[in-house]
Ligand binder design. Sequence first.
Ligand SMILES: [Zn+2]
Length: 376
Amino acid sequence: MRGSYVIGRIKGIDIEINVSWLLIFALMTVMLATGYFPQSYPDWGPALWWLLGALAALLLFGSVLLHELSHSLVSISLGLPVKRITLFIFGGVAQIEGEPDEPLKELKIALAGPAMSIVLGLVFLLLAGILAAAGTPEYVSVLLGYLGTINLMLAIFNLVPAFPLDGGRVLRSILWYFKGDMQGATRIAASAGAAFGYSLIFLGIFLLLGGNLVNGIWMAFIGWFIAQAAQSSYQQMMLTDIFTKIPVREFMTTQVVVVDYFISVQDLVDNYIYKHKYAFFPVRQQNEITGIVSLNNVRNVAQADWSQTTVGRIATPLQENLVVSADETVAAVMNQLFANGVGRVLVMQGPQLLGLVSRTDVLNYMRIHGQLNKAG
Ligand SMILES: [Zn+2]
C-alpha cells in the first residue's frame, strides 16, 4: 500500500502503518474526547477525556493488530507465508501470499481473526467487571468495557458473510467444500460482498440525510470499500484462474489464412493483406508451415520488386518462439508474447497448424469472460 511505513516485525511479518490510519486514529480520539466521554462522564474533565480517547484508539489499534496477527499465524502454520500486516483507515489487512489450496485451510485462516476479537472482547469485559468490583477508578473499567464492546462488534461485523470480509471467506470455504467449485463459491461470496457494500452505502446516505453526518459518511465509505474489494478480488481470482488453467485452444483464432511460399509479394499485398485486412500470415511450403510473413517483412522490399520477389524469400523462418502448443496455458503464452516482443504466435500440434493467438485475443477473451461472470 502506498504511503505505508514499517514500524516493527513480528515472526518475520512486517508490521506497517499506512498514513490513512492516522486519520481514523485522530477521528476516533476526537469523537470520544468531544462526544461520548463528555456526554456520559461530564465530571472527568477535558484532560481525562482526551487521554482516554487517545488510549482507547491506540488499544483498538492493538486489538486490530492482534486480529490480523491471528489470521497470519494460522496461515503460516498451514504453509501460506505472510509478508506483512498493514493497518490503514478501514482497519487491518494481512497480506497472505497466494490463496489457500483447500477450503478447510481457508476456513481456519478466516475464523482465526474473529476468534481473537471475541477472546479479546470477553477478556476486556471480564477485566472491566473485576476491576470495577475491586473499586478501581471508574475510567479504568469504562475504558476496558468500551474496548471489550468494540472488539465484540468488530468480530460480529467481520463475520457478516460478505466477501472479502472474514465471514465472506467462511461462506466461500463452506460453499467450496460442499460444491467443490472455488470459482463458483467466490462468485457467490463476492456477490454477497458487493450487495452488503451497496447496502451500507445506501444506509450511510440515509443517515447522512437524517443529519447524522459523520456516521453517514463513514458507513458509506466502508460500504464503498467493501463493494470495491469484493469486485476486484473476484476479478483478480478469475484472472489467476484464466492465466493458470485455461488452455490456448479455448481462445485461439481458428480462422487462419495461410499463404503459399511461391506466390509473389505483389500477390500477397493485393489478394491477402488488403483483402483479409490481416497483418500476419503463416507461410506454407508444400504441406508444411515453414514461416510467417508480416507487414514488416513486406516493408523491407522496394515496391518495384514486389512482383519479382516470392513470399518465401522475405518470410521469417518458423522459430521456436513463434510456436506454442494447444495445451499451453494463457500464462505461458502471454509470457512468450511479451518476452519476445511478438504480437502473435502460431498454435501447432506437431506439423499441423491449429490456429493463431494474439495479445488482442487474450485480452478480448478476458474481457468477455469478465462480462459474463461479473460479480455483484
Ligand atoms: Zn479478519
